[in-house]
Design a binder for this molecule. Sequence first.
Ligand code: PLP
Length: 375
Amino acid sequence: MGIEQTLLPTPERWLARSCPDDPVFFFCPVRLQQVARRFREGFPGLVTYAVKANPAPEVLDGLVAAGVRAFDVASPAEMALVRRHCPDAVLHYHNPVRSEAEIEAGIEQGCVSWSVDRMRELDKLARLPRGTEVAVRLKLPVTGAAYDFGAKFGAEPGLAVALLRRVAEMGFTPSLTFHPGTQCRTAAPWARYIHTAAEIAREAGVALCRLNVGGGFPSDRGEGRPELETIFDTISGAARAAFESPPQLVCEPGRGLCAEALMLALRVKTVEEEAVFVNDGIYGGMAEWRDLGPMGRLRVVRPDGLPRGGALRARIVFGPTCDSLDRLPEPVVLPEAIREDDYIVFEGMGAYSRALVTGFNGYGARRIVRMTAGC
Ligand SMILES: *Cc1c(COP(=O)(O)O)cnc(C)c1O
């Protein structure tokens, strides 16, 4: 899975020259830097990166180059990966269910913050050094995200109070954490969570060291540039309003930080009246389409690199494998005149795309081309 470099200014030019028959990701370091700067300058606290959204070496290196030093990791393999790219990285182990062997690995790798959402898992952390930060993961029935993150992890407010007291009794540094759900287009879920977090801390009689407001920051899937600064302002305003002395704030974006950094180009294998077959699908870089709905930022490019224009029509898009589930859930509006060997270029594909590619049936996007001259 090596990385190629190109000085060509656009994916179109590279596609016209290389005519790849496999799906190709294009990595744009400039865009990654720009988004990282928006977070680091705008977020009122510590910015950590949720590695699972895109663990590609070039993304990790790009974020380290942009000054990101803290990472949300969920497994020993992610810890080791981050340490390889940033030996002095600050690791937050925010997967609240861990085997004993995973706890051992987290201690060995020097994780400084651990989340919990149930008593049994907190008891398992008893051997961590006193003073270690343990953040209680809260969940609320909030709406506004593309799908609900509370369905698996998180303690309801009553349990969160009990956990927070116990964390303090065990001699750990008490914090709270939540994840409002991925792809939140408005700031409302954060405001609601922060307000409840303050109530929980008061009821527990525990002063929070930090409040981690999770990921969930949106990317542009066709609705326009996300209003990150509005969300940042709401978060800092809500924390000031809810707490007498606000805890330090932390965020752990995955999608919001890395989505803009990659584009994905697929090749059309055949065109029918009602359908097109392309060379990657839901077992590859298009996996999220099922859960998040359509990605509206696409363009069709002829083999010579020029845009395929003209009238539009919706067609079913099938992926390349022999599994009939391998199709996008809803028809996609494409130029009527789309042809075999055209390319479909999707923007904003940096998050949960390359990370979810499987090799099922021998397919899957493996190549990354780095655009060194902008995008
Ligand atoms: C997945 C995850 C994130 C990142 O979520 P995004 O919606 O991609 O920002 C952050 N924190 C935790 C604990 C996660 O599981």
